[in-house]
Design a binder for this molecule. Structure first.
Ligand SMILES: [Mg+2]
Length: 337
């Protein structure tokens, strides 16, 4: 996957810094900031979260350079409809059924549990409401974002075991705890997925070595692009791990890149899982003409065409734009060294 690396001035010249409203606050934020490049190959997205350091953010930049300045990483002869899960945030149980209906009743739902703002009792009620809305055939996966300790995780899962869970994403934080909870839950036949455990390209080997999970959640931007993600995916599958492709709360530009990997998985493997790419509904605005919005658990992929009106109307403030330009210079310099 060759990348004709641009000069920093070219990069800056083609960068649009945008601030998009969120429909549900996320990590305490009400807006998602992103840099959208008009690359010679394709539009490209660079949107590392604000608190990430330059080292991590520069890996995300490799992904943007590959997307905007590289050659297509995957043959475009792929299915255009991919399968994604719906998401139920930590909301009261009585709001669950209308939200699932609004999303077109996807067959797979990811439910946020644990963490601040919820209790075990509320988690159980929420997951029960999801099972009620989906019926017996639907799939339910939980995501605890590492917020439980070992005993809390085991207790919570035992309390919800009867609801037929597909897997639990990052029930606990550390790799050692992940390995232990995996041992405990395997007796119940419930799988564990690692998400936060795989923050950077190198972490997968440790995750595999620790026997910390049955599945890995892979996100294209944080891993440095399509090429890096494809290579990690093959390492994970060779180690006997399942793979779930997920978003980093990207705009439709980044979602397209991740969607290509899911399409590739669906076309080339038998045991793929629904992806966590139905996240455009969390953004109130988008930067492309045809947003990658999921409906009924299906997402139609189309090469992104930038909406210049939207890029302009959601332009970040001069201060934030300046902040991103400086971050871009620093991260680009890290890639050079
Ligand atoms: Mg997660």
């Amino acid at each position: 996957m060759g990348v004709r690396k641009p000069a920093i001035e070219d990069l800056l010249g083609t960068a649009h810094v945008v601030s998009l409203g969120l429909t549900t606050p996320f990590r305490g934020l009400t807006h998602r900031e992103a840099v959208i490049f008009e690359g010679p190959s394709a539009p490209a997205e660079w949107s590392p979260f604000l608190e990430y350091d330059d080292g991590e953010a520069s890996t995300w930049l490799s992904s943007a350079l590959e997307q905007g300045w590289g050659e297509p990483g995957i043959s475009r002869q792929l299915p255009t409809d991919i399968h994604v899960n719906g998401t139920i945030p930590a909301i009261p149980a009585d709001l669950v059924a209308p939200l699932i209906e609004k999303a077109g009743s996807p067959r797979t739902i990811k439910v946020k549990v644990a963490g601040p703002g919820t209790t075990l009792a509320a988690d159980i009620e929420r997951v029960e409401a999801v099972r009620g809305a989906l019926g017996p055939a639907g799939r339910i996966r939980l995501d605890a974002n590492g917020a439980w300790n070992l005993d809390e995780a085991e207790h919570a899962v035992r309390e919800m075991e009867h609801l037929d869970l597909e897997y639990i994403e990052q029930p606990v934080e550390s790799l050692a705890e992940m390995a232990e909870i995996r041992r405990r839950l395997s007796r119940l036949g419930i799988q564990v997925a690692a998400d936060e455990s795989i923050r950077r390209f190198a972490d997968l080997d440790q995750v595999i070595e620790s026997d910390a999970c049955d599945l890995v959640v892979l996100k294209v931007q944080p891993l440095g692009g399509l090429g890096a993600t494809l290579s990690l995916m093959s390492t994970a599958r060779q180690a006997g791990l399942g793979v779930v492709i997920s978003s980093a709360l990207d705009t439709s530009v980044g979602l397209y890149q991740a969607g290509l990997i899911q399409a590739h998985l669906e076309a080339t493997t038998e045991d793929w899982k629904d992806a966590g790419l139905g996240t455009m509904s969390f953004l109130a605005h988008d930067v492309v003409r045809a947003p990658h919005l999921a409906r009924g658990g299906l997402l139609t992929l189309a090469e992104p065409v930038l909406d210049h009106g939207a890029l302009e109307s959601h332009q970040a403030s001069p201060e934030r734009t300046q902040w991103w330009h400086e971050r871009l210079r620093r991260c680009f310099a890290l890639l050079e060294s």
